[in-house]
Design a protein around this ligand. Structure first.
Ligand SMILES: [Mg+2]
Length: 189
């Protein structure tokens, strides 16, 4: 399984629900957009490393909504402190899905530390996250998405991107439609 396959499963499980989905910069956003574009998807076009933080803030602001943030190993390694904040805030409506392919997929698949000695499951547990799971195949991912409401789910995949087009929505439209769906006020700048 590569990232695209994991995103297909996630979209199949959550796409028709009310779940608010934050997608990480680069290929994760482009691939999710290709698989299942919906207004309740937020495609983060900048701010590498902050998908997990944006998801946490949203989950805290909208406790009645399920929030899933899709992040990558490279981004989590860049903003590792986010795991400690998530652990200590631990909103029960927030699931962080880390697609760990051991590579910086959007910049040419250079290897990350998780291709070496770093274990993000241990990192999340060490940060204090109580509910941590790791899966490495399609059936495991489906089961966890059916049962895991919150915490950190690490999905081990192979490196590789699907050839997908760029997202043609402008950033203002992405945030406007997302905020309408999440019923947060939209303040145009
Ligand atoms: Mg990666």
């Amino acid at each position: 399984m590569i990232r695209y396959g994991a995103l297909e499963i996630l979209a199949e499980k959550e796409g028709d629900k009310d779940t608010l989905i934050i997608a990480n910069i680069g290929f994760p956003s482009k691939e999710l957009h290709e698989i299942y574009d919906r207004k309740a998807n937020f495609y983060m076009l900048g701010s590498m490393g902050l998908s997990s933080s944006i998801g946490l803030g949203l989950a805290l602001a909208r406790p009645e909504r399920k929030v899933i943030a899709i992040d990558g190993d490279g981004s989590v390694l860049m903003n590792m402190g986010s795991l400690a904040t998530i652990a200590n805030q631990h909103p029960d409506n927030y699931l962080l899905v880390i697609i760990d392919n051991g590579a910086y997929g959007s910049t040419g698949n250079q290897i990350t530390a998780t291709a070496g000695l770093t274990d993000l499951k241990k990192v999340a547990l060490g940060a204090g996250v109580q509910n941590v799971a790791m899966v490495s195949d399609e059936s495991g991912l489906k089961k966890k998405l059916d049962t895991m409401e919150n915490g950190v789910l690490i999905v081990k995949t192979k490196a590789g991107n699907k050839k997908v087009p760029v997202i043609r929505l402008c950033p203002e439209d992405i945030i406007k439609r997302f905020m309408e769906k999440s019923a947060l006020p939209f303040h145009s700048r």
